[in-house]
Design a protein around this ligand. Structure first.
Ligand code: AMP
Ligand code: MG
Length: 403
């Protein structure tokens, strides 16, 4: 049985090896949030394109401004403007934030450090050359590469593209992730379940996780625990880049997913991971499609998706596999878990002071979705830990979807 870090590496190595050329599309900068860039973006000019004032105040020659100096204000420059004349000796120009500093001026003095009397401006401290000016070209040169293929487009990357006039962005097409739940007890979420049936909540969480990870969910519904139905629906899923199954990978008499996958020609890279929840998780390749068989208990499905499916989607999108969002937090209540497996316990982290404090939430095990909905992270209890005391520092895995 693999430790989860090794299982992740197995996913990353195999998906890296097995991916072909990606389809691309031009996406408007307004719609490209979460896409992965498939081209270089270069600047169209220098940034800033002019010596930019970062303050409202007076553009001056620094050498002329000592404490108590007085200069004549000869003009005003609004943002979007400058003045044609170089700054004359013994004069200054009123300037606004974002405006172009005129030739001859090498400093901007904040208005707060001046007293105005008609045309005359008195300065109450000495100016330093360069102060409150961002020099032309200091952020980027002209034709400089500012974003590369593989960049994940978040709000700053989109703004940067927009800034340089790149409003249509060549992006990698999102990998298509087939989602198939299994189980005789499972009914569609818009159906009324019988007394011993359950709604297909896993397809909903998986679709959300696929979207958050940057994939395109392809919903295949639910397969009964029967070879014929599994075979037909799995075969349909094998047309996509990745097939994610929930349920049917444990040791029960009706857990037939692995058998059917094998019949269809699958090879497995692992079929168990040393974690709880999520131990029976399976990863393999079948007819050129990567396949994940995730255990059906909802929290197991969610945890194993975050650990193993997200890096596959990253790579198939043309990005690097992201690291897990693990951070350290101080334990606010002791823990006593059975050693042997790495535990992922639903927990709540709060940032009251400088150190985050974390506490596991009460839960009934891996079927307890309500517990996870009251949590914002997982406490990661290493396989050799078991007992952990209040005040100890522990790694937590953040739920990036809500934090
Ligand atoms: P399995 O991994 O097939 O043994 O499923 C374990 C348990 O997870 C089942 O007994 C159900 O309670 C639950 N489960 C399985 N599939 C789903 C699903 N699609 N949505 C919600 N819960 C599920
Ligand atoms: Mg089942």
């Amino acid at each position: 049985m693999l430790p989860y870090e090794q299982a992740r590496r197995t996913v990353i190595e195999n998906v890296e090896k097995g991916k072909g050329p990606r389809v691309t599309a031009d996406i408007s900068v307004w719609n490209a949030l979460g896409f992965i860039l498939a081209e270089e973006i270069k600047t169209d000019r220098e940034y800033p394109p002019f010596h930019r004032s970062t303050r409202d105040g007076y553009a001056v020659r620094a050498a002329a401004v000592t404490s108590g100096a007085t200069l004549r204000c000869v003009a005003e420059i609004k943002a979007g403007d400058t003045v044609a004349q170089p700054l004359a000796p013994a004069s200054c120009v009123q300037i606004m934030t974002g405006a172009a500093v005129p030739e001859g001026a090498d400093a901007v003095v904040m208005i707060e450090h001046t007293t105005r009397n008609g045309d005359s401006v008195r300065f109450d401290r000495t100016a330093q050359a360069g102060q409150n000016i961002v020099p032309r070209g200091s952020e980027a040169q002209r034709n400089q590469t500012i974003l590369r293929p593989g960049a994940r487009l978040g709000y700053a990357e989109l703004a940067l593209s927009a800034q340089v006039g790149a409003t249509q962005l060549r992006c990698a097409a999102k990998p298509r992730i087939a989602i198939l739940s299994t189980g005789d007890e499972v009914v569609a979420v818009d159906q009324q379940p019988g007394a011993f049936q359950i709604r297909n909540s896993n397809s909903v969480s998986l679709a959300a996780q696929v979207r958050l990870a940057g994939g395109e969910p392809v919903l295949l519904g639910n397969a009964a625990d029967r070879v014929d139905d599994l075979r037909e629906k799995i075969s349909r899923g094998l047309r996509e880049d990745v097939l994610v199954l929930s349920g049917g990978v444990s040791m029960g008499k009706y857990d037939l997913v692995e058998t059917v996958l094998k019949d269809l020609g699958a090879g497995f890279y692992f079929d168990a991971v040393a974690i709880r929840p999520g131990k029976p998780a399976v990863f393999g390749k079948c007819q050129n499609t990567f396949v994940f068989g995730l255990p059906g208990n909802p929290v197991s499905t969610m945890v194993t998706f975050e650990l193993f499916v997200v890096p596959a989607i990253d790579l198939l999108s043309g990005a690097a596999a992201r690291d897990l969002p693990l951070v350290e937090a101080r334990l606010a209540a002791g823990l006593n878990e059975k050693p042997g497996l790495t535990h992922f316990l639903p927990a709540r982290v709060e940032w009251r002071g400088t150190t985050p404090e974390v506490k596991s939430v009460p839960w009934q095990g891996s079927g307890d979705i309500a517990a996870l909905a009251s949590a914002n992270c997982f406490l990661v209890v290493a396989a050799d830990r078991g007992q952990v005391n209040v005040g100890e520092t522990m790694p937590i895995l953040l739920r990036k979807d809500i934090i």
